[in-house]
Design a protein around this ligand. Structure first.
Ligand code: ATP
Ligand code: MG
Length: 287
């Protein structure tokens, strides 16, 4: 199998839908039979609990420190094609403990090397910071997927994130692409939300996914049941939106590889550039 496409789901702003996006896109990829690994790289461990993680002594941090291999901390989930590398509270110490270690930005990249050909997609759920863990994710990744909540300071935060991405590209990972920006928790009745969306689309054009993720209470309930939205309520607007977002992502990869896009079951792509993303269309499903 060719190497997995590694996608870091990142935004240093808290509570914008990173975990919800990482968990549910990973689940949708798995549901379409793409072997997918979700890595929880946030000490909060939200992605792990959202998938109903069972208690386990070893977490991602053990693999970052080289105490075990990443393969040894992989857990199965309710979906056959979805695996999870959980985070534990020990990850809090990473920011401090990694400071003096050699190649501290490349710990995740090194750990991933042994599993990268076992999956088609690897998604990394980042913490709301631009600290050493997120830098590790951006260094290991092929692309960055940015969930953006349409609110007043959204664009300012985004500018900072893109600056950091530029820095990483300039030094640690020249190939890092922008997978795209996805608008989350969208409420079309809200004027500010519509205004910010228009601005984001004007600014970033086709790098913004056409699919919007609506504000949907089923999406916020699913994690407390330890289930991705597909298994919790497949008919909810949230599930439909994440399926559509995943389809958009797969189509873009297939196109960038010159593969026919008509089939959901086409072999998964591991495109080399995520820059080729979609136009700012309108998706009234979320109304
Ligand atoms: P953090 O920065 O703390 O890691 P995050 O960016 O990962 O947060 P989430 O945890 O995905 O954000 O979402 C924040 C909260 O909003 C959660 O309670 C989640 O269930 C809820 N939420 C996320 N997306 C939606 C949505 N589309 N509709 C309704 N609630 C949502
Ligand atoms: Mg999170």
């Amino acid at each position: 199998m060719p190497a997995a496409r590694i996608i870091a789901v990142a935004n240093q702003k808290g509570g914008v839908g990173k975990t919800t996006t990482a968990v549910n896109v990973a689940a949708c990829l798995a549901a379409s039979e793409r072997r997918t690994l979700l890595i929880d790289l946030d000490p909060q461990g939200n992605a792990s609990s959202a998938l109903g993680e069972v208690k386990t002594p070893h977490h991602v941090y053990s693999a970052l420190l080289g105490e075990c291999t990443l393969a040894e901390v992989v857990l199965g989930t309710d979906l056959e094609y979805l695996s999870l590398v959980p985070a534990g509270p020990d990850l809090v110490g990473a920011e401090i403990e990694l400071v003096n270690s050699e190649e501290r930005e490349r710990k995740l990249e090194l750990a991933l090397a042994s599993v990268v050909d076992r999956y088609e997609y690897i998604l990394i759920d980042c913490a709301p910071s631009l600290g050493i863990l997120t830098i590790n994710a951006l260094t290991a990744a092929d692309s960055i997927l940015v969930p953006l909540q349409c609110e007043y300071y959204a664009l300012e935060g985004l500018a900072r994130l893109l600056e950091t991405t530029e820095l990483v590209r300039g030094s640690l990972n020249p190939e890092l692409a922008l997978e795209g920006i996805v608008l989350t928790m969208v409420d079309l009745r809200n004027n500010l939300s519509r205004q910010v969306e228009a601005e984001v689309r004007e600014h970033f054009g086709e790098r913004v996914f056409q699919t919007r993720i609506p504000r949907n209470v089923r999406l916020s309930e699913a994690p407390s049941h330890g289930l991705p939205i597909l298994l919790y309520d497949i008919h909810s607007r949230g599930a439909v939106a994440y399926l559509q977002l995943t389809e958009e992502l797969l189509t873009a990869h297939a196109e960038s590889q010159g593969v026919s896009t008509s089939s959901q079951t086409a072999p998964a792509a591991s495109a080399t550039s995520g820059e080729s993303l979609r136009s700012g269309g309108n998706d009234e499903r979320t109304a």
